[in-house]
Write a protein that binds this ligand. Structure first.
Ligand SMILES: Nc1ncnc2c1ncn2[C@@H]1O[C@H](COP(=O)(O)OP(=O)(O)OP(=O)(O)O)[C@@H](O)[C@H]1O
Length: 265
């Protein structure tokens, strides 16, 4: 796919596949086009050229609100939750896209609606147990620590029972311990729930730990695809990161205090 914003070719002829059951991570310096790829897959943006397919189905003409019903869920770089609702309510709202009941049956609270309500609660409670959120289930999101909110956003995505989970910088803003917990959640989600994961991430320790394959991007293009070790050893990838080292403000530092490009080299 390619996408142009005025004079900026944000994504230029980018092509890759996500295999069922894998964790695939997009890496690259700031401005490489990673979030734009996520926004293309979520249908927030439309490609200027190219095709997007999910399970053999062309997604180019699908509306953004239909993406979740096809089995694609996402989290955002900046957490997007209902701040003045509880954790449980946020998850139930997330779950609502699975509802197949009509407005008519909802109005009269017919048996099909009661059944759907029970299913939603059961699924949401399963996710709360899986991500160990029991302690926070009735707390307002607004009062929760940042690290817990990140897990709640992940839980809300899981409550939709996705086949493909898009995680946009799951470790951003987390401390070392919280990042390690996030790595465990990601591994559990893939192993226990069989969900395929496509992730954008800057923390190379987390990337190496959980990813089967990595796609390295720079300036809107794919530089390399391979295992984390293969991509980290790729000279074009190293150069792309070193090329930004003069502008340290554009590099995200992992919590070790080591610049991202040093962890790559
Ligand atoms: N809506 C938009 N309008 C104009 N330009 C945009 C838009 N979205 C992204 N861009 C530009 O596209 C390029 C790629 O941005 P993108 O946010 O995808 O990079 P990124 O790799 O996700 O960076 P970061 O790691 O900082 O999130 C940048 O030059 C950015 O300014």
């Amino acid at each position: 796919m390619s996408v142009r914003f005025g004079g900026v070719l944000a994504v230029n002829n980018v092509s890759f596949e996500v295999r069922r059951g894998e964790v695939l991570t997009l890496i690259g310096p700031n401005g490489a086009g990673k979030t734009t790829v996520f926004n293309l897959i979520s249908r927030i943006y439309s490609p200027t050229a190219g095709t997007l397919e999910f399970e053999g189905r062309r997604l180019n003409d699908i509306a953004p609100h239909e993406i979740a019903t096809l089995g694609i869920a996402r989290t955002f770089q900046n957490i997007e939750l209902f701040e003045h609702a509880t954790v449980l309510q946020n998850l139930l709202i997330g779950r609502h896209i699975r509802r197949r009941t009509s407005a008519w049956s909802e109005f009269f609270f017919m048996p099909s609606v009661r059944g759907a309500e029970r299913d939603a609660r059961r699924k949401v409670e399963e996710v709360i147990d899986l991500l160990e959120l029991q302690h926070y289930r009735d707390s307002l999101v607004a009062g929760l620590p940042y690290g817990v909110r990140k897990v709640v956003e992940l839980a809300r995505a899981l409550a939709t029972e996705p086949k493909l989970l898009l995680l946009d910088e799951p470790s951003s803003g987390l401390n070392v311990e919280e990042t390690e917990d996030m790595a465990f959640w990601i591994e559990d989600i893939r192993r226990d729930l069989g969900i395929t994961i496509l992730m954008v991430e800057h923390d190379m320790a987390l990337v190496s730990k959980v990813s089967d394959r990595v796609v390295a991007m720079s300036q809107g293009e794919v530089l390399a695809v391979g295992t984390p070790a293969q991509v980290q050893a790729n000279s074009a990838v190293i150069e792309a990161y070193l090329g930004t080292a003069g502008d340290l403000s554009s590099l995200r530092r992992p919590k070790t205090g080591v610049p991202a490009w040093q962890t790559l080299c």
